[in-house]
Design a protein around this ligand. Structure first.
Ligand SMILES: Cc1ncc(C[n+]2csc(CCOP(=O)(O)OP(=O)(O)O)c2C)c(N)n1
Ligand SMILES: [Mg+2]
Length: 641
């Protein structure tokens, strides 16, 4: 056996010194997990620091992201070019790769952004699924493994249950979760709030479970070895000591989230017989670390040139031109969720999308006719039944998207976007590209009532930086929105679709080549008295309003805005031109909260809903909130008097 203690101390002291220099950070977790990480990286993890984005590498996910220095130390020690010693010295400083919590940077070996506890475990499920599916498709000799570290906090978070439950159901045998069972979280002993029988919990959802001692290298080695041949996802529950090596702070919450302090650092150096200056790693140890990734070079050589098979943007354009041609003369009223289904049916295997729904497949219309279901026997499918696990689903999709192997989408009701928000935000932060299909996008859904009628959700989504919100008004716009969403590869997309039937109105007016998020759908392009902006199901309402007020001599230009996000990116002159009116009056109609639209007009010109909906047929609810042709046109005329 190598001298794992000294090798682990390299991680410990890089972490201690970096946190000390930054005057902030979390030394306890890296000190406690250093032994396990060392054994894992020296014997099991298959990666190549010289080719960080090799598609078929194992993935290492730090779900307890507060221990970020553990990851940075590992990346530096194993020789990732971007992770230099000066990056370590600049821990938590502006512009460094060594952010307070790991921020997705595959080029530097950072596989996923973590920090909000529970996300990493769930991302890892998506990674394991994508890698297993891809390895089967390519008939590889080895399926890459996903190793995840997590702490007590991740296991207390509800999302972890959703993720481990589906991982067990799908028998993701390439997923190994290593639990830092140190009995400590921020408030003190976990006894304050946590008395789960974690092993039983995992066993009950079909995981293999082994318990071990997290500072006993032989024991660590043996358990990780056992996990290699598991037929199920595997939990390794290691008893560890937070802040291991610190005479006064180990096993205490005080080592969790603040520097040890210079006196305690000295004592720790002496306790662990570490005589190096800050940030110095003895060359003999660095050499051993740098050589640790030389395992399984054959597999690397055999698979390094394998790439994923997503369509290029040009190919997507061609595919969509065909769809548009085919559906050109479509005239019947149709819910946009049905339009979306028609598009998915058109793909017929032409686009390697990995779809799904959180138990609303028939309502979200997310399953294309030819898509087969992924289960534990069939990873060749293209469709995942996520079960009723929206938050888990969104995080799992982030994991899939982060592998860069599959473009992925899934569905639920728009009102349940709230259940997914933390993961949607992280997708945007990471610049990864899952697509969420959110159906039942307004009070128009009717009788299911206010619990299901989204009000503020669409604007909640619009507020997430680096994300794209779409709300098409008919089939043609739905085609356009799908096309754009599939082409976006550096942000998540949210496609909001109606439950109720809508008329086909965009027709030939839709300039689809160079889509700018909004366009004049009815009325004159210039010399209009007023402008009315509408989205989705309210576009036809806006057109009706425009026709009615025309009888009173008021000429309105109606702007359909299927993507406010794309419109906002346009030049000021384009936006001003489109919105321009003789009376400088812009009105907005959208069956949701109004606040977002204040940037384009005054509050009294916005027809929306700032209350919860109502349980009644959709038309009745529209009436109740004054969203009818009659009510809106008379208000507009009053305003213009
Ligand atoms: C969703 C979420 N809630 C709260 C926090 C703040 N937080 C960071 S670490 C932590 C305690 C975690 O305990 P544990 O996972 O046992 O970490 P350890 O102290 O053992 O390193 C908390 C509450 C967070 N990062 N994410
Ligand atoms: Mg803990």
């Amino acid at each position: 056996m190598k001298n794992y203690t000294e090798l682990a101390n390299c991680i410990r002291f890089l972490s201690i010194d970096a946190v000390e220099k930054a005057k902030s950070g979390h030394p306890g977790m890296p000190m406690g997990m250093a032994d396990i990480a060392t054994v894992l990286f020296h014997n099991f993890l298959i990666h190549n620091p010289k080719d960080p984005t090799w598609l078929l590498r194992d993935r290492f996910v730090l779900s307890n992201g507060h221990g970020s220095m553990l990851l940075y130390a590992l990346l530096y020690l194993t020789g990732y070019k971007k992770m230099t010693i000066s990056q370590i010295k600049n821990f938590r400083q502006l512009g460094s790769l060594t952010a307070g919590h790991p921020e997705y940077e595959p080029d530097a070996g950072i596989e996923i952004t973590t920090g909000p506890l529970g996300q990493g475990i769930s991302n890892a499920v998506g990674m394991a699924l994508a890698l297993k599916k891809f390895s089967n498709e390519k008939k590889l000799s080895r399926t890459p493994k996903v190793y995840v570290f997590c702490g007590d906090g991740c296991l207390m978070e509800g999302i972890s249950q959703e993720a481990i439950s589906i991982a067990g159901h799908l028998k993701l045998d390439n997923l190994i979760l290593i639990y830092d069972n140190n009995n400590i979280s921020i408030d003190g002993s976990t006894d304050l709030a946590f008395s789960d029988n974690t092993n039983l919990r995992f066993k009950s959802v079909n995981w293999d479970v082994h318990s071990g001692k997290g500072h006993d290298h032989k024991n660590i080695y043996n358990l990780i070895k056992k996990a290699q041949i598991s037929k199920n996802p595997c939990l390794l529950n290691f008893k560890t000591t937070i802040g291991y090596g610190s005479p006064n702070k180990s096993a205490k919450a005080s080592s969790h989230g603040s520097p040890l302090g210079s006196d305690e650092v000295k004592l720790t150096r002496s306790q662990l017989s570490w005589n190096e200056k800050p940030f110095q790693i003895p060359s003999n140890l660095l050499k051993i670390w740098r050589g640790s990734a030389n395992k399984n070079q054959n597999f690397y050589k055999k698979t390094k040139s394998i790439s994923h098979s997503n369509l290029s943007n040009k190919e997507i354009d061609i595919l969509f031109n065909n769809i548009e041609m085919d559906l050109k003369d479509f005239k019947s009223d149709q819910a946009t969720r049905k339009s979306s289904e028609a598009i998915l049916n058109y793909f017929k295997g032409k686009h390697p999308v990995l779809g799904g729904s959180a138990d609303l497949t028939g309502s979200n219309n997310t399953k294309g006719k030819d898509m087969s279901v992924i289960d534990h026997l069939n990873t060749d499918g293209q469709y995942i039944h996520y079960g009723v696990r929206e938050h888990g689903m969104a995080a799992i999709m982030n994991g899939i998207a982060a592998t860069k192997i599959y473009k992925t989408y899934s569905g639920t009701f728009l009102s349940f976007a709230d259940y997914m928000k933390p993961s949607l935000r992280l997708a945007a932060l990471m610049k990864i590209d899952p697509i969420q299909v959110f159906t039942h996008d307004s009070i128009g859904l009717g009788e299911d009532g206010p619990t299901h009628q989204p009000i503020e959700q669409i604007n909640m989504l619009r507020l997430i930086p680096n994300s794209y919100v779409f709300r098409p008004c008919d089939l043609k716009e739905t085609i356009l929105c799908w096309r754009e969403a599939l082409k976006i590869n550096d942000a998540p997309s949210f496609i909001c679709l109606s439950r109720q039937n809508l008329p086909q109105i965009s027709g030939k007016k839709l300039v689809s080549k160079n889509f700018k998020g909004a366009y004049c759908i009815s009325g004159p392009k210039a010399k209009n008295d007023i402008t009315i902006i509408a989205t989705g199901s309210e576009v036809s309402l806006a057109i009706n309003v425009a026709e009615k007020i025309k009888n009173n001599g008021v000429i309105a230009k109606v702007i359909s805005m299927p993507s406010s996000s794309i419109f906002e990116k346009q030049s000021k002159s384009f936006k001003n031109n489109l919105l321009k009116s003789k009376l400088s009056q812009t009105f907005v109609i959208e069956a949701g909260s109004t606040m977002y639209w204040n940037k384009y007009t005054n509050t009294e010109n916005i027809f929306g809903i700032d209350a919860f909906g109502a349980s009644a047929p959709g038309n009745e609810v529209y009436k109740k909130f004054g969203l009818t042709t009659k009510a809106i046109s008379s208000k507009i005329l009053m305003k213009l008097k």
